[in-house]
Design a protein around this ligand. Structure first.
Ligand code: NAD
Length: 314
């Protein structure tokens, strides 16, 4: 790991595909970050992104890590743990994209490596940095019923894992943080349509505190949707993560009232990376650490297990 620079954190990106290029772009723009370089097994792609954002394309992860205090791991999910653990052991602070990894043994190993080597391990649950989530954190008090709909056209990438680990995990992470009660039971179904893993998944979570949450996720939709509705005594909130908008509905003096919620639009990924850099500079714990990500992963893995056990995916 490079020497600590208290003004600008030296940063690199491993895996500069669809999402990793945006990590590179944002590190090149953030005031307290300096983009040093990128690495990708696709060397041509690495060169294109390095030229675009004015940094170096490194020949190996190890060569890049030597020059950086902080790295984003934005490889396919199946490669997260194998990429991240040696970096944590070398003392690099990491932002690992979601889902943290593909099984709980890997998650434990990553958390243990981060703790043993005093590194920040932040996980890319980007909706936690969406202003919609900021609003929900202060306005959800006693949720009784929640519906989460996340629909997307088929991506032709990210299909190394099913739609539960790829997309539903965003909503699982948000809802687990809002309900703050242990999950009592899970019922899930799902089917594969265009890939070897599930492309559509539906899950119902029953929480110990009585709240129920329904998750409806698809990556074979013709439309894009990311909505969350939260029903609690006295009214409900209907929120749109994509539009960064929403409204609340409540009863007052016998009448039903409705108003738009005031939200300041942001780029959630920028807020996420800025927060990562701030955690490094000020030795703060990240908002989405390994434990938060592990909890979402554990729930997503149980949903995946139930779906696979029903034999509807190959
Ligand atoms: P992608 O296929 O577009 O990009 C992955 C890149 O990693 C490719 O350029 C590939 O050549 C490179 N790569 C593969 N193996 C590598 C290795 N061992 N070392 C270095 N580079 C390697 O995929 P993507 O859509 O950018 O997804 C990457 C990760 O980001 C996944 O974990 C995905 O779940 C996550 N993701 C998160 C969000 C979000 O909203 N937070 C959105 C999209 C993707």
């Amino acid at each position: 790991m490079a020497e600590v620079n208290m003004n600008k954190v030296t940063c690199g990106v491993i895996g500069v595909g669809h999402l990793g290029m945006h990590h590179a772009r944002l590190y090149s723009e953030l005031e307290n970050a300096k983009l040093v370089g990128v690495f990708d097994t696709d060397t041509l792609r690495a060169k294109v992104i390095a030229d675009q954002y004015g940094c170096e394309a490194f020949p190996s992860v190890a060569a890049l890590a030597k020059k950086c205090q902080a790295l984003s791991v934005v490889t396919p999910t199946t490669m997260h743990a194998a990429t991240a653990i040696p970096l944590l052991e070398a003392g690099c602070h990491l932002l690992v994209e979601k889902p943290l990894c593909t099984n709980l043994a890997e998650a434990e190993a990553m958390i243990a490596a981060a703790e043993a080597h005093h590194c920040i391990l932040q996980v890319g649950h980007v909706e936690h940095f969406n202003p919609v989530n900021g609003y929900l954190e202060t306005h959800v008090r006693a949720p009784k019923y929640i519906t989460a709909d996340r629909l997307s056209p088929f991506p032709n990438r990210g299909t190394d894992v099913g739609v539960t680990l790829d997309l539903m995990i965003h909503d699982l992470g948000v809802v687990l943080q809002l309900v703050r009660s242990p999950v009592r039971s899970i019922e899930a179904i799902g089917i594969g349509v265009l890939s070897q893993t599930e492309d559509i998944a539906n899950a119902r979570l029953h929480f110990e505190n009585g709240c129920i949450a329904d998750f409806n996720t698809s990556r074979v939709s013709t439309k894009k949707e990311r909505t969350l509705r939260i029903f609690q005594p006295g009214g409900y909130l209907s929120m749109d993560f994509m539009a960064q908008s929403g409204h609340r509905v409540w009863k007052e003096a016998g009448c039903i009232r409705q108003e738009a919620v005031p939200l300041q639009k942001t780029e959630p990924l920028k807020a996420e990376l800025k927060s990562f850099i701030d955690c490094i500079l000020h030795a703060h714990a990240p908002k989405v650490d390994g434990y938060v990500a592990r909890s979402a992963l554990s729930t997503a893995l149980e949903i995946t297990r139930q779906i696979q056990s029903k034999g509807l995916v190959s």
